[in-house]
Every structure is written in structure tokens, then in C-alpha cells.
Design a protein around this ligand. Structure first.
Ligand code: A2P
Length: 257
């Protein structure tokens, strides 16, 4: 049996010249946990070219959403960037990943810390009603180089806040902290610096990061992950996994090419 299914592209949105998102149909039997990723791809010279992508849609939605970078000479993204409604893409059958609630012990607040396309798994997680039951506050932190790269995050947050079922609780509990590093904006600086300084918490009247009360999910570039892990370690957080839940979890924002 093939390890992938073909799904039809339902729509594509280009956010900047470097970023786009797209929706596809979803196989009925495809089940996943919010925050997980799957292999997706296209046939290239007769062979599947597959890369890991986080689901940016929630597991109760009929379609799948993905958020991607475009790299002009990237083997997959340069091709994916041209997909159109009605095209087919390959979607793996085995979702997996560490950004899942079972890998975290109970806490009061959930921080979702991302850079660039690392926000994708959190687009899924902020649509999960269970996180608003589990945590008193949910803080989505998203760092990009430029202001226009924040647009996807703005849209997912405003969608959740306007949602018929989740809106009321999300308007109370979901906080959004977008920041950029390379041009003027309301918040400026790297996510690591703004968490370390306490600026993120202060914005919402929350205390400094505390391993007793806070749980942290992290998704970004390898350099961002290594700086975030250093911050977590020095603040007393413990990395979790499903077999041994802890106070933070990390995942690479996979596709860089
Ligand atoms: P900077 O502009 O200072 O490099 P990228 O598109 O390269 O993945 O970057 C996305 C965002 O992540 C940028 O704002 C970038 O800041 C930031 N960034 C890059 N490296 C790190 C790091 N080690 N820790 C935190 N943020 C980082």
C-alpha cells in the first residue's frame, strides 16, 4: 500500500514573495494531533520529492492547511510555490511530532514561541479547544524579519478570535506577541531576547517565565532552537517527550529549501 495519498489543492494564498499557504482535501481516515507534521510533496522526475510540513489546520477541519517558505532554488518549495487550485499533491499517511500536549506536564500558561514558518503548528494548536480548558493563558509569540511576514499569524489569530465556538474563550485567553527584527514595528527584537528580558510577559501583565507555571512549545530555525533551549535550560525548564513529559518541547521548522 502506498505510504502517501494524492490530495487536491483547494486554494493557495501568497502572503509575501517568500511565504505562501495552501489548503488541500483531506483523506477521511487521516487522523492527527494538533501540532504534528506529515511528509508532503510532488513527483519530480518520476520520484516523490517529500518534505516534512506541519499541519496548520486543526484536526477537526475537513481540509488540511500548510504554510510554506519559497526558496527560488529549493528543490521542493520552488515547485510547490507554483501549485494552483485543482492540482494534486502527495500527503503522507503517518503524522508525527513532538509539539503535542501529552509531552507537557500540567501548567498554568502555555507559550507558543515561533520564528518564520515555525508558526504553522501553532496555527493548529490555537484552534484546539482543549488548550483553553487546560491553560489559563495562551501566549503566541512570532518573530519575523519584516512586518509583512507577520500577516499569516495575524490572520490565524483573528480567525480564532472571531470563531463562532472558540472566539469567546480565545478573546479572553489567547495573547499574540508579533515582533520583527529588521524594520520599525510596535515590538522589535528576537523572540529569545524579548522572552529573556520579560517584555513578552509584561505586555500581558504576566510574570517572568517560570518552570513551575509555564509550559513552552518552540518551533523555528536551528539557530533559534539552540538559543531557546539555552534560555529554557538556564531558567530551569526540562524538555519533555511523550514517554517523559516535561515543561517544554521543541521542533524544527522543517522546510528551509
Ligand atoms: P534576525 O533578523 O536578527 O536574523 P529567518 O527568516 O532567518 O528564519 O528569521 C526569522 C526571524 O528569526 C528573524 O526575526 C530573525 O532575526 C530571527 N532569528 C534568527 N536567528 C535567531 C536566533 N538564534 N534566536 C532568535 N531569533 C532568531
Amino acid at each position: 500500500m502506498a505510504a502517501t495519498d494524492l490530495q487536491k489543492v483547494i486554494d493557495v494564498k501568497h502572503w509575501t514573495d517568500r511565504l505562501f499557504s495552501f489548503r488541500t482535501t483531506r483523506e477521511q481516515g487521516f487522523r492527527f494531533e494538533n501540532g504534528q507534521f506529515v511528509m508532503i510533496g510532488l513527483p519530480v522526475e518520476g520520484r516523490p520529492l517529500m518534505r516534512a510540513y506541519s499541519m496548520a489546520s486543526a484536526n477537526y477541519e475537513d481540509s488540511l492547511e500548510f504554510f510554506s517558505i519559497k526558496v527560488p532554488d529549493g528543490p521542493l518549495t520552488s515547485r510547490l510555490a507554483h501549485i494552483k487550485t485543482g492540482d494534486e499533491i502527495m500527503v503522507g499517511r503517518k503524522p508525527t511530532g513532538t509539539l503535542v500536549q501529552d509531552a507537557l506536564t500540567d501548567g498554568k500558561r502555555l507559550y507558543l514561541v515561533s520564528t518564520g514558518t515555525g508558526i504553522a503548528p501553532f496555527a493548529s494548536i490555537i484552534k484546539d479547544p482543549a488548550i483553553y480548558e487546560r491553560y489559563e493563558q495562551v501566549v503566541l509569540v512570532h518573530g519575523c524579519r519584516f512586518v509583512d511576514e507577520l500577516a499569516y499569524g495575524d490572520r490565524i489569530v483573528s480567525d480564532v478570535r472571531c470563531d463562532e465556538f472558540l472566539g469567546e474563550i480565545a478573546r479572553l485567553k489567547l495573547h499574540h506577541f508579533p515582533t520583527v527584527t529588521r524594520e520599525p514595528f510596535a515590538h522589535r527584537g528576537r523572540v529569545t531576547e524579548l522572552l529573556r528580558s520579560g517584555d513578552v510577559g509584561a505586555e500581558f501583565g504576566l510574570p517572568r517565565l517560570d518552570p513551575e507555571a509555564d509550559r513552552v512549545m518552540i518551533c523555528g530555525s536551528p539557530a533559534m532552537l539552540s538559543d531557546m533551549v539555552a534560555l529554557m535550560d538556564e531558567t530551569g525548564f526540562v524538555e519533555g517527550s511523550i514517554s517523559r513529559p516535561g515543561s517544554y518541547v521543541i521542533e524544527k521548522a522543517f522546510v528551509e529549501r
